[in-house]
Write a protein that binds this ligand. Structure first.
Ligand SMILES: [Zn+2]
Length: 264
């Protein structure tokens, strides 16, 4: 853990977490790079009273390449009670702004927004700052993000590509997006209102076959009868949050998770 003191006049306190899930190594590398970027750190010191980085929350999971910490999902901690968890809860309580870094297989770099009464504010913040986002309505209420929002914290999950090992191209592309997020996060204003933006769209296999996305963002399926089908399921500004995680899908299985473009 590293705590950096910033502007004593600010009331904002930033907490950034990486490695909550032990098999998600990309966030650890990206966060380490951010911590070494002096211009970002000095910008954060102007905006926040303190900046706390926890760069390897789940030490045990990171060593063993397991998502959990001794069989416990640390991103569901609000149902448990033990010392490591209590420490995270205390840090959350002291903070005003929280960024929790995660990674998934075959996904883009985006802010994951729960479809709650504060979702509109996060969506508009993302659009205004050119950040990719996915609004999700099948979220767990036990996550650090959700629980900290219930405590009136400003809190996001940032997803990046790659679990189990680190690929440098994933690090580079995630870092570009995270820099945009971390340097503008203090500007976000939260209002509670009825969610008005459309949440995620799941695109499912319409027949059995080998699926992939081509260079025109078209979904293709090659059947084992060697017939290729092309589906124009995406509009120009739609954002693919997760790509196929395997080759062969049977009818009805989800192939892509997409955020349809939202007009303000
Ligand atoms: Zn995760």
């Amino acid at each position: 853990m590293k705590i950096i003191l910033g502007n004593p006049k600010s009331k904002k306190r930033l907490l950034v977490l990486a490695g909550v899930h032990g098999n998600e190594y990309t966030p650890c590398i990206v966060l380490n790079n951010i911590m070494q970027n002096e211009s970002i750190i000095s910008l954060l010191r102007e905006q926040y009273k303190s900046i706390t980085f926890i760069y390897n929350v789940n030490n045990d999971g990171l060593k063993n390449n397991t998502r959990e910490y001794t069989a416990i999902d640390l991103n569901r901690i609000y149902q448990y009670d033990f010392s490591l968890i209590d420490k995270i809860k205390d840090l959350v309580k002291e903070s005003t702004h929280i960024i929790d870094l995660h990674s998934s297989p075959h996904c883009g770099n985006f802010i994951l927004i729960n479809q709650t009464d504060t979702a509109n504010s996060y969506v508009e913040y993302a659009i205004n700052n050119g950040l990719n986002y996915l609004i999700y309505n099948q979220y767990s209420t036990l996550t650090i993000k959700h629980q900290s929002q219930l405590l009136n914290k400003i809190s996001v999950t940032f997803e990046m590509n790659g679990i189990d090992f680190v690929n440098f191209n994933n690090v580079k592309s995630a870092q570009i997006e995270l820099e945009k997020l971390i340097t503008t996060f203090h500007t976000i204003k939260i209002a509670k209102e009825e969610p008005k933006y459309k949440p995620q769209t799941m695109i499912n296999a319409v027949q059995d076959g080998i699926y992939y996305v081509n260079q025109f963002n078209e979904l293709n399926c090659l059947t084992l009868g060697n017939v290729r089908h092309t589906y124009k399921v995406l509009d120009d500004n739609d954002y693919i949050a997760t790509y196929p995680i395997k080759g062969y899908y049977t009818t009805g299985e989800m192939v892509l998770l997409v955020q349809k473009h939202n007009n303000i």
